[in-house]
Design a protein around this ligand. Structure first.
Ligand SMILES: Nc1ncnc2c1ncn2[C@@H]1O[C@H](COP(=O)(O)OP(=O)(O)OP(=O)(O)O)[C@@H](O)[C@H]1O
Ligand SMILES: [Mg+2]
Length: 333
């Protein structure tokens, strides 16, 4: 098997806050293979965005600091190559799409110019040639009358159209990896589906890899090959997508699945269950499993000792002591 395109080992990101040091990412290891789509899911505040920003060297410092880890992209350690090399890589080899395009598009620059920019910066194309390619790419992402809209400003476009512009900008240089952080969350459901299928079609065409961050398990079910579940800064379960939905092991993953509406209307009469309690503050140092206080199956050891990842099945592992005591597992839901 060829080595992963992206291989993160034991990534740790701290924020220095008035309440103390908050460990937003606590020893995350994650790999993305060539051509693969990896979904990263978990509740709000669990460290998904901070993980992705750390990959690209975009953690605001201060207050943030990458305090440990290694991030190999092909054979380069992104944590060690320095800001200039990272700038050359961003938008060319690794691109990112954010949730709210208005915060990443420049409000005072026409969209054609913004889509052309990466070609001028990374490929040294003259402006006229870059604008020509930008127009072609805006047609590819299905902006109606794209050539006539090159001089439009972001505020003249709908949210869905702005997200298409972001996709064009992110993909025009043919990156090897696309990091998409909640790319459809701000859009209504029909537009969400259109944007997702556009992203997947472009991805298939280019054999690109994708790290897709979302709190929406429905999105993951439709797009990902493999899923990582994050809780309080840690990856607590990882599995191929069908395994995760069919045989979730970690009680947190099970809780997430119970709180998710099912597709196809099988929900009638079934109440969605929330996970009781809240995520512990990241300034707190916990000795055992961070989910223990909310876990319906927790026992003594869970509060005293931190579980290490344990293999459940092929490519499926979880960080949970129940692995050693399967009989203790309750059936919930
Ligand atoms: N600039 C910052 N200063 C201090 N703490 C921060 C900063 N940015 C993020 N954090 C903290 O890091 C933790 C992880 O945040 P992150 O944005 O990665 O969550 P997330 O999983 O992406 O959540 P969401 O689903 O809401 O986007 C949170 O506790 C957050 O408060
Ligand atoms: Mg986020």
């Amino acid at each position: 098997m060829s080595p992963p395109l992206l291989d993160i080992q034991d990534l740790q990101v701290d924020f220095h806050t008035p309440e103390g040091i908050a460990r937003a990412v606590d020893g995350v290891s994650l790999a993305v293979l060539k051509g693969e789509t990896v979904g990263l899911v978990g509740e709000s505040g669990c460290g998904k965005s901070v993980t992705s920003l750390a990959i690209l060297g975009l953690i605001p410092s201060p207050p943030g600091k990458i305090s440990a880890g290694r991030t190999l992209f092909e054979d380069r350690n992104l944590l060690a190559i320095g800001p200039q090399a990272l700038r050359r890589l961003r938008g060319k080899e690794i691109s990112m799409i954010f949730q709210e395009p208005m915060t990443s598009l420049n409000p005072v620059l026409p969209i054609g110019r913004q889509v052309a920019e990466p070609l001028m910066v990374h490929r040294n194309l003259p402006r006229s040639a870059a604008m020509e390619q930008a127009a072609d790419y805006l047609e590819r992402v299905k902006i109606p009358s794209a050539r006539k809209r090159l001089n439009d400003y972001p505020h003249q476009l709908s949210g869905g159209m702005r997200q298409r512009v972001m996709i064009a900008m992110a993909m025009i240089c043919g990156p090897k990896l696309l990091i998409a952080d909640e790319p459809t969350t701000a859009l209504d459901v029909t537009i969400q589906a259109q944007i997702l299928s556009l992203m997947m079609a472009l991805k298939e065409e280019s054999r690109m890899s994708m790290l897709l961050i979302t709190h929406d398990l429905g999105v993951v079910a439709q797009t990902a090959d493999r899923v990582l579940v994050m809780y309080a800064g840690e990856v607590v379960e990882a599995a191929p997508v069908t395994d995760l939905f069919d045989h979730p092991f970690h009680p947190y993953t099970q809780g997430l699945l119970r709180s998710m509406p099912r597709l196809g209307g099988h929900d009638r009469g079934r109440r969605l269950k929330e996970i009781p309690g809240t995520v512990p503050p990241s300034t707190e140092t916990l000795v055992g499993c961070k989910f223990a206080d909310r876990c319906p199956d927790a026992f003594d050891r869970c509060r005293k000792e931190k579980p290490e990842p344990a293999g459940i099945d092929r490519d499926h592992w979880a960080r949970c002591w129940l692995f050693e005591f399967p009989k203790k597992r309750g059936v919930h839901g």
